[in-house]
Design a protein around this ligand. Structure first.
Ligand SMILES: [Cu+2]
Length: 131
């Protein structure tokens, strides 16, 4: 290989690396489907905690049927439309504050019940399924 080609490849790779570093937005928050980490118990009430920012995390929550449930939706510098929350089945249509946590009571659900939430435009969503 002659020197010009080596220099050319080095410049190319260096530029590619620079572009990659400059355009990287940091680690993507895991859109996990592990429900256990977002469900807790509070005086016999099942508490589900969802983060609304760039969508909803987690997107799928497997919750327990037959118990009173509280849904907490947390916003953390949420400047996208996941702050506009719609849960048609519960009659919820809310604009959440940019940062904070809003709680919604969900009556005990039957086994197999599914509650879906979306942003106002329907591009982001999450599903609570009860079993
Ligand atoms: Cu949206």
């Amino acid at each position: 290989m002659n020197q010009k080609i080596i220099i050319g490849i080095t410049v190319f790779l260096g530029t590619a690396l620079l572009v990659a570093v400059l355009t990287w937005n940091g680690p993507v928050e895991p859109k996990n489907t592990d429900s256990s980490s977002v469900i807790s118990q509070e005086n016999g009430v099942q508490v589900i905690h969802i983060l609304a920012r760039g969508g909803f995390t987690p997107r799928i929550v497997n919750a327990k049927a037959g118990v009173e449930t509280k849904l907490e939706v947390e916003t953390k510098g949420t400047y996208d439309c996941s702050a506009s929350l719609n849960i048609p089945k519960l009659g919820i249509q809310e604009i959440l504050s940019r940062t904070g946590t809003k709680s919604f009571n969900i009556p005990a659900q039957e086994k197999g019940a599914v509650i879906e939430g979306t942003c106002a435009m329907g591009m982001y969503g999450f599903t609570l399924s009860f079993s």
